[in-house]
Design a protein around this ligand. Structure first.
Ligand code: ATP
Ligand code: MG
Length: 230
């Protein structure tokens, strides 16, 4: 299906039970992400946050209720959903090919100039310019020298190049040292300014910049409000 901007993501009375599971991991979820809205999603480990991200991406299908992007169930997009919804996970996956190919993934026609542009935005331009092979450096060779934070920046460059309007960050800074983490959060919020953002996080640092904060507990939305209200 073809849909046009602006994009609104609507979750309506959605429940999800894993195949073979007895209790719902998520139940009665109602949530709307308006175009450009920034929402932080907090909740304890196991509360269903990553499951929700998979459902929004259409990787899982709701047991009941709906998840729609501009009236179209996300599941109906198949792989095409990547044009509209991008996810950055806790451990971004890099492929065993060149830096350029890793960033071009899902956007094969992008020029080198476009790649350099996103690398500049995520703060990696200088580092990659210094590599003798530049964009053609194989990631498995350079991989050892890419730190956790740099890997996340590469994943962010990939997402930016695709230019999906809705971005989900699933605890993208877990396991980084505090200084790298802070720098990365600043970059994320800066380059994703014009996107709709669902930021799954486990701590409060940075969430004052969000429009809404949601706490999820035992698969249900327990609290929802602006940073000032909560
Ligand atoms: P964390 O903060 O640790 O990342 P989370 O909030 O992202 O946790 P989920 O990964 O969504 O939590 O998991 C929610 C619940 O669903 C957990 O109880 C988990 O064990 C269960 N679960 C996750 N994946 C599966 C699966 N593939 N099959 C069955 N149960 C699953
Ligand atoms: Mg998770």
């Amino acid at each position: 299906p073809e849909i046009i901007a602006p994009y609104t993501l609507k979750i309506k009375d959605m429940t999800y039970i894993y195949p073979g599971g007895k209790v719902p991991v998520l139940s009665g979820i109602d949530l709307t992400l308006m175009p450009g809205e920034k929402i932080a999603l907090l909740g304890r480990s196991g509360s269903g946050k990553s499951t929700l991200a998979s459902l929004i991406r259409g990787d899982l299908e709701p047991t009941s209720g709906q998840i729609k992007l501009n009236q179209v169930p996300v599941k109906a997009f198949g792989d095409e959903i990547a044009r509209y919804i991008g996810v950055i996970q806790q451990t971004p996956y890099l492929f065993n090919t060149t830096i350029a190919n890793n960033i071009r993934l899902g956007n094969e026609t992008a020029s080198d100039a476009e790649i350099w542009e996103v690398l500049q935005r995520v703060g990696l331009e200088k580092l990659i310019k210094k590599l003798p092979q530049g964009l053609e450096t194989l990631v498995d060779e350079a991989g050892l020298r890419f730190s956790g934070g740099e890997r996340h920046r590469l994943a962010l460059a990939r997402i930016l190049l695709k230019d999906a309007p809705v971005i989900i960050l699933d605890e993208p800074t877990v396991g980084l040292d505090p200084i790298t983490e802070q720098a990365l959060i600043t970059t994320f919020l800066d380059v994703l300014q014009d996107k709709t953002l669902l930021w799954i996080t486990h701590h409060l640092q940075g969430i004052e910049a969000m429009d809404q904060i949601i706490f999820i507990e035992d698969g249900q939305i327990e609290m929802q409000g602006t940073p000032e209200e909560l």
